[in-house]
Design a protein around this ligand. Structure first.
Ligand code: SF4
Length: 326
């Protein structure tokens, strides 16, 4: 470990002031402390924001949900409002990390977490995300767990968060507070694809603080859920995953929200699958036909071609589970 300054923000104003001067916000610290130990990240000043009043879960005026940035993963997963309104969120959280980590890690930190690409964490390897311009060891390396969607020649790493996949499916908004006031970013624009600058990962400006994630109200009844496929049943990242929410009325699908994880450089919304479902009657044939389009545009690497078929099957199975037809 190397020397760094540490300050605890007494209120939001003090946090923003420290952030404006270049301090890095830290709450649960479950990602950042690891990266500092490995010298992948070397912030000079940490600003502890864990005491700020950003830890509530509230139902919005329109019937959506606002989850404070400092709500822990385990608190959000257990919350009755979350479980009732959006089971896809609680399921995605329960399938993430370990119980110990879920007790520490916050929702804001979760969506800011960095990739688990092993080359990113190996400071002897070429990695454009860690060291811009150095190259990407994964493109021709061990890339079984890497992305097949949204990649570039500069980076093929997946985004590791599960709950971010649920947020993408539900078309959440990220609320921020910064030196210039409040800002709202649709989740689809919050996490950035790598392009030629994979080190730019989120649309957060210097000194901005995530205050909450807001889920819009969706028509009711809404059935939703999260399926995660991984090499082992606990404490493992997704090979593929599917977050699905369906609003069915009068025997017809009126609204479909579908996103995939483990396959994209960001949580991957599947609009072609959604379009295929809306206006149709649930049936096993419909699930299979819609899931056929889940991997549209995929660009597999040497060792992860299997993800194309696995993704289709993951989406089909989760459509069957949420849609309620066998
Ligand atoms: Fe780095 Fe991205 Fe390449 Fe991994 S995939 S080595 S994170 S540039």
């Amino acid at each position: 470990m190397y020397p760094f300054a540490f300050t605890k923000a007494s209120d939001t104003h003090a946090a923003l002031d420290a952030g404006r001067r270049g301090g890095r916000y830290i709450a649960g610290g479950t990602t950042l402390v690891d990266l500092m130990r490995e010298t992948v990240e070397r912030p000079e000043t940490l600003v502890d924001i864990s005491g700020l009043p950003l830890d509530e879960i509230t139902v919005t005026e329109r019937g959506g949900l606002r989850i404070g940035a400092l709500v822990t993963m385990s608190e959000a997963a257990a919350d009755r409002k979350v479980r009732t309104l959006y089971p896809v969120i609680s399921e995605s959280l329960e399938l993430s990390a370990s119980a110990q980590l879920r007790n520490m890690a916050t929702i804001g930190g979760n969506i800011m977490q960095r990739t688990r690409c092993t080359y990113f964490r190996d400071v002897t390897a070429d990695c454009n995300k860690r060291e811009p311009g150095s190259g990407c060891a994964a493109v021709h390396g061990h890339n079984r767990s890497h992305a097949i969607l949204g990649t570039s020649d500069a980076c093929v790493a997946t985004h590791p968060s599960d709950v971010a996949v649920a947020f993408a499916a539900l078309e959440a908004t990220v609320n921020l507070l910064g030196p210039d006031g409040e800002r709202r970013i649709p989740f689809a624009g919050f996490l950035l694809r790598p392009g030629r600058a994979p080190h730019h990962e989120q649309a957060v400006r210097k000194g901005e603080l995530i205050t909450s994630v807001e889920i819009p109200a969706h028509p009711r009844p809404l059935k939703s859920g999260y399926l995660k496929v991984r090499d082992r049943q606990s404490y493992e990242f997704a090979l593929t995953s599917a977050a699905i929410a369906l609003h069915v009325r009068g025997g017809v699908i009126r609204e479909a929200r579908v996103a995939a994880g483990g396959v994209g450089t960001v949580p991957w919304k599947l609009p072609a699958v959604e379009r295929h479902l809306v206006g149709e009657r649930p049936s096993p044939a419909l699930w299979a036909a819609a899931a056929e389009q889940a991997a549209d545009g995929a660009r597999p690497l040497q060792y992860n071609r299997f993800k194309i078929e696995l993704l289709k099957r993951t989406v089909e199975r989760q459509l069957r589970i949420v849609g309620g037809t066998k």
